[in-house]
Design a protein around this ligand. Structure first.
Ligand code: ZN
Ligand code: ZN
Ligand code: FE
Length: 752
């Protein structure tokens, strides 16, 4: 007989790990105990030497579906007086770094709810140790039923028996429930009157949507607004009530087959659509798309689609249906998840509310992913991904840090050793409610994971709300603050994800970030090695006439370009263009030579300027709208290289804007000009990159920043630089949602 203690870390909670261990022990005739502790799971085993060996091998080889073992330590132990193998409660343990993410129903659970003979037929909250809600229902750790919002639902006898049955897949499935004992749906009017409950509520909701109503549906991480995506009028009303005039709306397809009738789906995209995280995947429209209401995604060649991700979606959304499914909050606000608040705020937005009595503890938005060159590119990392940690080797010996991220697409991060834990996407910090969400989520993370930061990392931007918060936090806790340059952090996020320690050329194109020289950067070629960063090259500067206003209204910068290019008399096309400008442009034109204007080398602004000149629009109706729609125009054209000047270490945007205007004069189509613009920029980014790499003998290139979410640009530059090792972020968002990860990585090096 032999006894030993095994300590396992990784993703080992909320994925049925303890039941799996217990089952394995029983199978091998081993006695002992298993319990969660602060950093993972502790297993005590006693048995014949060979059986213990086999146990340890199978622990790793037979790991449950969503598990991940990062470390496994074995120590000799004393024999105890035991005659069985049991799961023991994790007493005294407060936090754990490894809480699971919310998962779509597994195949077995789907079969249960689709089988009329099964006792869970159509039961919308069916789950097991392989699937179901996690992060959104956990109040505190360790993860047990009592610490989730399921604690108010005592299990019926049958469920309790499943929960205790070693052989079943619901053994210690904490959210286990059935129609007899678990959460239930009600359909309410906006005044809170209950109109129907249970399956009847689902059936009536279905009818209301088919008849063109807008129904708020409580999801896993928050409320959605739902309407039929084939009914233009319903979609228009939804947009108007939500205050979202143009930003594309995500749609849920009732089945993969239905999705395939509207969009192209590659193998990788299909995998993503069907993955347990069930993100929204941005997909290219088919010609058959034209039955979809035009208001769903105006100006777009792509459509954001997701498949049913909660058990009840399978009985709610008909398999041949395509329904708009967008977060129910008003534009700019964070996701709506509190029931009382929802009831108040959905007045006048939804016609009906389909809600349930399982409380959402932590809100999460739907995640968004797109596939470029067969690589999944994360746009929004939330439901299904948070709070799963990202393994960062460089953080191994680091103390816990709090990285505040940036103000747009805000997400912060903390680490427990080498595990970087990113917050869900929160929104843009200019909104009060997003600011509140930042504070409450940070507090929740500290408690859930029992993390006590020893230093705070912020963006150098003096006006970022997140940076100010970080400083306040640091002052309250008497912690040091480290400042990190924005684009350096973008590059570092990729270095962190992919454990790159060599020097790299980081090509970072984004909307705006505060540069080391007080100007706004965003078209950068950075030599980066650990904490060292040097700006090797960049896009030329152009001012922002009116500052922030010029970001929202790109015609202002376009007008500056025009006046620089044609000081004495503009071409006819520009005369016509000026006539389309918003009122007041003449005044700005007169004042411009005398205005103090902040300079910017932003790639995002360049796209905006070109979009304005091509008539895509003059003002953004949502963040990055014009750049996005400019890309859409180019999707079905092949571009040719126009004239652009490469002036030493500066890529001259003035020459490129001139080329674009000349194309307009030739009478070239807007789509073709957009394609040419993309092609030219790709080519010259490539030229500049090669020049930088040769100079410093670099073979690794990192592409990052929100502008690279443009799939033509990303794919083009990757091809252009095919001879190098090109890295793009795949686990953290390409946009500012990934900044916090880079901040952590840089923080860890600054500590050495
Ligand atoms: Zn399941
Ligand atoms: Zn039950
Ligand atoms: Fe950025």
């Amino acid at each position: 007989m032999k006894a030993c203690t095994i300590h396992v870390t990784g993703i080992v909670q909320g994925i049925g790990f303890r039941p799996f261990v217990s089952k394995l022990a029983h199978e091998l005739g081993i006695v002992g105990t298993v319990r969660n502790d602060t950093s993972g799971v502790e297993i005590h085993i006693q048995g014949v030497d060979a059986d213990c060996q086999l146990f340890i091998e199978r622990l790793q080889s037979d790991l449950p579906m969503h598990g991940r073992i990062d470390t496994l330590q074995i120590e000799q132990a004393n024999l105890r007086d035991l005659d069985d193998f049991t799961i023991i409660l994790s007493q005294g343990v407060k936090g754990n770094a490894f809480i699971g993410a919310d998962m779509a129903p597994c195949e077995a659970c789907l079969q249960d709810i689709q089988d009329p003979k099964n006792r869970r037929f159509q039961y919308g909250f069916t789950n097991c140790t392989n699937c179901g809600p996690r992060y959104t229902i956990i109040e505190s750790t360790p993860y047990d039923r009592d610490t989730t919002s399921m604690k108010v639902f005592p299990m019926c006898e049958t469920c309790q028996a499943e929960y205790e049955n070693l052989e079943g897949r619901r053994y210690h499935a904490e959210p286990n429930a059935c129609g007899q004992c678990g959460p239930m749906f009600t359909l309410q009017g906006t005044d809170g009157t209950v109109l129907a409950s249970g399956q009847d509520a689902i059936e009536r909701t279905k009818k209301h949507i088919q008849y063109g109503s807008i129904v708020a549906v409580k999801g896993v991480g928050g409320y959605h607004l739902v309407c039929d995506a084939l009914q233009e009028k319903a979609v228009q009303i939804l947009r108007q009530r939500k205050g979202r005039p143009r930003k594309p709306l995500a749609v849920m397809a009732g089945s993969l087959e239905t999705a395939k009738q509207y969009v192209h789906i590659s193998e990788t995209e299909e995998e993503l659509l069907l993955s347990p995280a069930r993100p929204i995947v941005l997909l290219r429209k088919l010609a058959e798309y034209n039955t979809v209401a035009p208001s769903v995604a105006p100006g777009m060649e792509t459509l954001g689609i997701l498949l049913p991700y909660a058990p009840y979606h399978y009985s709610l959304v008909p398999s041949n249906a395509l329904w708009v499914m967008t977060s129910a909050n008003r534009s700019g606000d964070p996701v709506l998840y509190n029931d009382a608040q929802a009831l108040g705020e959905l007045q006048g937005i939804a016609d009906y509310i389909l809600t349930h009595n399982r409380e959402i503890i932590s809100p999460v938005d739907d995640s968004v992913v797109q596939v470029v060159d067969d690589k999944p590119i994360m746009i929004r990392r939330s439901r299904g991904y948070v709070p799963l940690s990202i393994a960062v080797v460089a953080l191994e010996k680091s103390p816990t840090m709090l990285a505040m991220g940036a103000d747009m697409k805000a997400a912060f991060a903390m680490n427990r050793g080498s595990h970087a834990i990113l917050s869900p996407y929160m929104g843009d910090m200019e909104h009060q409610r997003v600011q509140d969400l930042l504070w409450s989520t940070a507090k929740r993370y500290e408690e859930l994971f029992q993390l006590i930061p020893t230093q705070v990392i912020v963006d150098v931007h003096p006006k970022y709300y997140t940076s100010q918060c970080g400083r306040i936090y640091a002052e309250e806790h008497q912690l040091p603050v480290i400042e990190v340059q924005h684009h350096h952090a973008h590059v570092a996020a990729v270095l962190a994800e992919q454990n790159i320690t060599e020097p790299v050329l980081g090509i970072c194109f984004d909307g705006t970030g505060y540069g080391t020289d007080g100007t706004l950067w965003g078209g950068e070629f950075l030599y980066c090695h650990k904490t060292y960063m040097e700006r090797m090259a960049h896009l030329s500067y152009a001012p922002l006439p009116g500052g922030e206003v010029a970001v929202r209204e790109p015609w202002r910068q376009a007008l500056w370009y025009v006046n620089q290019l044609y000081p004495s008399g503009v071409p006819t096309v520009i005369k016509a263009w000026k006539k389309t400008l918003p009122k007041g442009w003449e005044l700005l034109e007169k004042m411009m030579p005398h205005m103090q204007m902040i300079q910017s080398s932003s790639g995002g602004r360049l796209f905006d300027t070109v979009a304005s000149l091509l008539g895509v629009g003059h003002e953004h109706l949502y963040d990055a709208q014009l750049a996005i729609e400019l890309e859409q125009l180019a999707l079905s054209e092949k571009g040719t290289i126009l004239n652009m000047k490469l002036d030493g270490t500066v890529l001259d945007t003035m020459s490129l804007v001139r080329s674009v205007i000349e194309q307009l004069e030739y009478g070239e189509s807007v789509a073709k000009i957009s394609a040419n613009f993309h092609r030219t920029l790709i080519y010259y980014i490539g030229q500049m990159a090669k020049q930088c790499c040769e100079e410093r003998h670099i073979s690794h290139i990192v592409l990052c920043g929100g502008v690279f979410q443009n799939r033509i640009l990303l794919k083009g530059v990757m091809q252009e630089l095919g001879e190098y090792k090109v890295h793009v972020p795949t686990q953290s968002p390409m946009n500012d949602g990934g900044i916090a990860l880079g901040q952590l990585w840089l923080g860890s090096y600054m500590n050495r």
